[in-house]
Every structure is written in structure tokens, then in C-alpha cells.
Design a protein around this ligand. Structure first.
Ligand SMILES: [Cu+2]
Length: 121
């Protein structure tokens, strides 16, 4: 779903700009926990993007799918600015969780998305 939106954005931007740079904005190349993972409570949420990010304009949030947000520690960047990390400071109860992210890549392009994982008992 998110991917479809991403490609639509890319197509619109590409048709307006006719520029290879339209394809350079950041998308998720790997995530930990992964999309759809069934795992024990994670100690951090870590998303690696295809492009370097601007930390002040990038972030991620975690919430239970049935409602309550989970507070995360301050996000940091590593891996040359491509990996956005946020610590999970408490043990998560079993259940389904959603990660929502928004980033600004160093080329000035904003992207956002979300995915879910499950914490097993
Ligand atoms: Cu892209």
C-alpha cells in the first residue's frame, strides 16, 4: 500500500521534473523489526533508508494497533546518515504494533510510511 503511494509520488515527480533525482528520495531498504515480524519485545526500532536523512525533519513513532502510543527514546542517525534508530525503553506487551515513519532525505525529498510487527507472548 505504502509502496504504491511511493511510486505514484515518484511518477508524478518524475513527469514534472524529467530528472533522475526524482528517483533518489529515501525509501526503506531494511527494517528491524522487519515488516510482519513476530518477535520478542525489541530494544529499538531501526530503519535503514536508500538515501541519507536530515535528522531534524525525520522521525518515527510506535503505537499499538488497537490504540495506545508507545514512547520511544530520542532518534539518532548512523550508518552515514542512512539508518534511523529509536530506543524502546520498556518491554512491550504481546500484541500487534505499528511503526509510522517520516523522513526528509538530504536531496530535500520527503517520504513517509508505516508497517506492522507482532510481539509474541
Ligand atoms: Cu524512492
Amino acid at each position: 500500500m505504502t509502496h504504491a503511494k511511493h511510486w505514484l509520488t515518484t511518477l508524478v515527480a518524475g513527469s514534472l521534473l524529467f530528472s533522475g533525482q526524482a528517483f533518489a528520495h529515501a525509501h526503506v531498504s531494511s527494517a528491524n523489526p522487519a515488516d510482519g515480524a513476530r518477535i520478542a519485545s525489541p530494544t529499538s526500532i531501526s530503519l535503514t533508508f536508500s538515501e541519507g536523512l536530515e535528522l531534524p525533519f525525520s522521525g518515527l513513532g510506535l503505537s499499538r494497533v488497537d490504540g495506545n502510543p508507545v514512547s520511544l527514546g530520542d532518534a539518532t542517525l548512523d550508518n552515514g546518515g542512512k539508518t534511523l534508530n529509536a530506543p524502546v525503553s520498556k518491554t512491550l506487551e504481546a500484541g500487534k504494533y505499528a511503526v509510522k515513519w517520516h523522513v526528509l532525505s538530504t536531496d530535500g525529498h520527503k517520504t513517509e510510511g508505516q508497517y506492522q510487527f507482532t510481539v509474541t507472548p
